[in-house]
Design a binder for this molecule. Sequence first.
Ligand code: LAN
Length: 711
Amino acid sequence: MSTSATDPKRWRLDVDSGVHRWRYLDEPASTRLPQSAAEKYFLALPTGLPQLPIPRNFQESARNGFRFYQNLQLDDGHWGCAYGGPSFLLAGMVIAMYITETEIPPEWKTEIIHYLMSTVNKDGGWGLHSAGDSTVFATTLYYITLRILGLESTHPLSTKARARLHALGGAIGIPQWGKIWLALLNLYSWSGVNPIPPEFWLLPDWIPFHPWRWWVQCRVVYLPVSYLYANKVTKPLDPLLTSLRQEIYTQPYEEIIFEQFRNTVAPVDLKKPISALLRVANVFLRCWEQYFRPNWIAQWANQRVCALIQREDENTSYNCLAPVNKAFHMVTVWHSDGPNSSRMSCHREKIAPYMWMGETGMTCSGTNGVQAWDTAFSIQAIFEAGLAMEPEFRSSLENALSYLDISQLREDLADPYRQPRKGGWPFSTRDNGYVVSDCAAEGLKAVLMLQEQCHFVKRISDERLHDCVDTLLLMQNPGGGFSSYERTRASSLLEYLNASEVFDRIMVEYSYPECTTAVVTALSLFRRHFPTYRSTEIDRVIHRAIKYIINAQRPDGSWYGSWGVCFTYASLFAMQSLEVVGQTWQTSNAVRKCCKFLISKQKNDGGWGEHYTSCEVEEYVQHERSQVVNTAWACLALMHAHYPYKEAIEKGLKLIMSRQQANGEWLQEGVEGVFNNTCMIGYPNYKFYFTAWALGRYSNEYLPMLKELDA
Ligand code: LAN
């Protein structure tokens, strides 16, 4: 097996309505079809983009930033990017392809190995995410991935990884999701996996712990897994698997009594031990399965989950919500319908959109992309920087608007478990089909800015904007906040049933300052342009949302960010929310406290730098180096707060400017995003638009506002 990389000049990115597909051309074709600047950029080839005039002020620096960034826009108007970091996604996808007898193209094999080589830790293992310490979970699954892709067990990468795995105690200490993958591969016994009964889905909907009430990301993972568990699905042994049985454990496979290891998790992996309640429940569930469950119930449950699995396939055009459930769905369909079934081919068709090719090789993205999210923010950034009316950005913005046009969700689904979505926006593509509160809100704001404030040709009718508002108004939680995909449907006590061992806060939806702010600011902008549409309800929703935001402030004045790193991110959103209701430095204690917090974290060089471990320890951890993205968030937060001492903001913006390259770009720094407190994920476009947004907003909005205050 060759471990050298492929020729980067032969890769092309096809896009169609936001859907990405990387293609490896044969030699002659690659000379006929030139690479775009974006493709070259993604592959770290010289882009040939020109040096720009040296910026003399923040505004010019912002303009240069967007000049560079608009070259990365893709044909259908969205901005694409690598969306990597978590380690269990790529491994799941490769293992699922192996089990389902899906051909893995040779260039993918080479580039996935290349990716694993580029991201391996010094000790030979891999962590939960690319910056994390080596864990059994990631090291086992990636070791198996390498072997599936054809790497010999004697290759130095394999030998080192195996040594690290054994030093960590071997695969026996892998957490639950890993045990499931191993059981599917016939490398672990299902008797060593705690019960995941499909019968849960037969309970009446009013039961407070019914799975329809779980956070959608968690419920859609356990849905196919319950089928796989109940049917004890396993890949028949083959020479590779037989050999792996002897490679991943520290003891001979035949001697392992798997039942004894159901609750065994390596200490490095364990982030969230299972509760005593769940341990007891597991004992009862096992008895129920073994001695009491009538056959007809087992069959009924099987039919029910099969129907729900098929519904998720169809509702998402076989993309599924995210790569974890996608990979499990594939194995389910392979088992229920067979390797040559039509559903299996639909699934195979939708693997490529998850795979991203980049300079460090090929990996699997956290979702099928960040298309609608990045596009909505990019529009807002250009607009707030005061550049939307400049002719040089016109066509880029028109194209971006057209992407929002085609990615808006136009119909609700006939599925009682799904949140109404009509008029909303998804995080990535329309194909994926899941509305997210803040994606819908950021999309709405971007459209309003271009259509209502800049009078761009109207692509999205008023009626469609009303649909979006209707959908947002349905998403508020009783406490006033907004969560991600759905309203909160159950108590957080359900965390007692969290079986994942590696993620916290995955069982139910929570309210988030980020999502809440997106909705507050979108509704407030909408109200300005459509003052008569559902205005009383909008006022009430905003009022309650602000109460939530105020309550979520921490004693130190900051807000905790769940989706970005970390306090600078959430504080930016909170300041935006409070600004909507006139709470600023001049009028509000809460705002002054937040400004004080931010200023106390400013570094000597004028920037802000937050280390990603802030998310885990829930306290601000300084990065040793200022980060342009954190600096942009902090400066934007202070500007939204109407912070009167502009010198502090100027110092931050100067730092951002000093890091800008001659062609207008910013270079990649630390990881920007997070989920479930523990897993980091990259948002590489943040370094382009939040930076330029902060720079441009300064003279376009902040200075005029300060003048007004002085007058
Ligand atoms: C995302 C990515 C986008 C993110 C924002 C829109 C930024 C946020 O404001 C709301 C939540 C959301 C939609 C989100 C939720 C969790 C996701 C889908 C992810 C972080 C990307 C990957 C992650 C998903 C859970 C990965 C699979 C892991 C599991 C634990 C199931």
